[in-house]
Design a protein around this ligand. Structure first.
Ligand SMILES: Nc1ncnc2c1ncn2[C@@H]1O[C@H](COP(=O)(O)OP(=O)(O)OP(=O)(O)O)[C@@H](O)[C@H]1O
Ligand SMILES: [Mg+2]
Length: 358
């Protein structure tokens, strides 16, 4: 409104100045012609000054009228324009205040494709990201609490049993307690690693890496565990594989993780095969097993943290559902991707990841 008033004021002042400066001379010039036409009639001088006064009053009246009209329209226009601009901004201000107070489901109405509409859409996007993050945070705390509760309850149960004399204080009992404590420690280590990779708080030292050598080293390291469970470990590595651009330690971690899962979820007598193949511009590494397989409905969620196909089964095996989440973060940090395939329960599974070639 103030800006409109300034414009109107400047307009009116300019007009008045122009009228004052231009009109007397112009008027006289035009009247001169009339005087010459009419000859030197008596009283013409007086009449012309009268005419000029009237003319000037008429101009002032017209100016006054148009100024009023301009003011009224400025009032109306500024009312609508400011309502159009201010209302959504005020809405966003109030919504952001509510979001800051923890009401993350807050959204604003987004209409039109102009800047305000875009701002409203970005605002809503930000709000939904915040809502998701908040939900994830809540889930995480709930999951961690849940994971910690089981081993702690076991340890406490054993201790109580011994205090009450129900459980004998002998190596077997200590061994059970030790295993639970060990599971707790593994869980805490995994959580720490998870928070590190999720925050991206690790340094990748990518160099051209000969993946065949790495897979062979890992296989040699894991062979005793496979033999102990009577699961055969096969490698299917074509000669002369081109190097990939990757961090040796991180890819080892992923391979250990996937091969560890394959061993864990494959019963005795089964096979696990690690293979690699070039699929320009990437190298695909797959770990296939003949194990228990994964029903299709679980496949999309396997890489979510704490996700397990069968909660009770994995719990007994010590898994907490963090391994694949860590692997996914590590592979994605390499600009690669990781996925799981399975023909269904009892039909084995294949976990693959792709890395960019060096
Ligand atoms: N090779 C596999 N065959 C069948 N199921 C698998 C296989 N690998 C993973 N899974 C399923 O995916 C789930 C998640 O695997 P992930 O490695 O993330 O967790 P975990 O093995 O349960 O625990 P940990 O965090 O100790 O690795 C497992 O609980 C299991 O149900
Ligand atoms: Mg695992």
């Amino acid at each position: 409104m103030a800006s409109y008033l300034i414009v109107i004021l400047v307009g009116v002042v300019t007009l008045i100045a122009a009228v004052e400066a231009v009109i007397p001379t112009a008027f006289n010039r035009h009247l001169l012609g009339m005087q010459q036409m009419m000859g030197s009639m008596h009283g013409l001088e007086e009449m012309s000054s009268d005419l000029f006064t009237n003319f000037r009053d008429a101009v002032t009246e017209a100016l006054l009228f148009s100024t009023t009209a301009a003011l009224v329209s400025a009032l109306i226009v500024s009312f609508f324009v400011s309502r159009r601009v201010v209302t959504p901004i005020r809405q966003m201000m109030e919504a952001s205040r509510r979001i800051a107070a923890g009401r993350y489901q807050e959204r604003v109405e987004a209409v039109g494709t102009d800047e305000l509409g875009q701002l409203a859409r970005s605002f809503n996007q930000m709000a939904s990201t915040l809502e998701q993050t908040e939900a994830m945070r809540r889930d995480l705390i709930a999951n961690v609490a849940h994971e910690l509760r089981t081993p702690l309850a076991s340890i406490k149960g054993y201790m109580e049993g011994m205090i009450d004399g129900v459980l004998p204080a002998e190596p077997d009992t200590y061994q059970q307690i030790y295993q639970e404590a060990d599971r707790l420690q593994r869980l805490v280590n995994d959580l720490q690693e998870l928070s590190r990779v999720e925050a991206g708080a690790f340094k990748l030292e990518c160099h051209p890496l000969a993946i065949s050598d790495l897979i062979q080293r890992i296989a040699a390291h894991l062979r005793p565990q496979f033999e102990e469970k009577s699961v055969s470990l096969n490698l299917n590595l074509p000669a002369n594989l081109p190097p990939v651009l990757a961090d040796n330690d991180r890819i080892s971690q992923v391979l250990l993780n996937l091969a560890g899962n394959a061993l864990q979820y494959t019963p005795s007598g089964g096979t696990v095969t690690v293979s690699a193949a070039v699929q320009q511009p990437e190298l695909i590494i797959s770990i296939s097993d003949s194990g228990i397989g994964i029903p299709g409905m679980h496949l999309p969620h396997l890489f979510n943290r704490f996700y397990r196909v069968d909660k009770s089964r994995s719990r007994a095996g010590g898994g907490s559902g963090i391994g694949l989440t860590i692997a996914k973060h590590l592979i994605e940090a390499h600009d690669g991707h990781i996925w799981a395939e399975s023909a269904g329960e009892g039909k084995g599974s294949t976990f693959s990841f792709a890395l960019p070639l060096a």
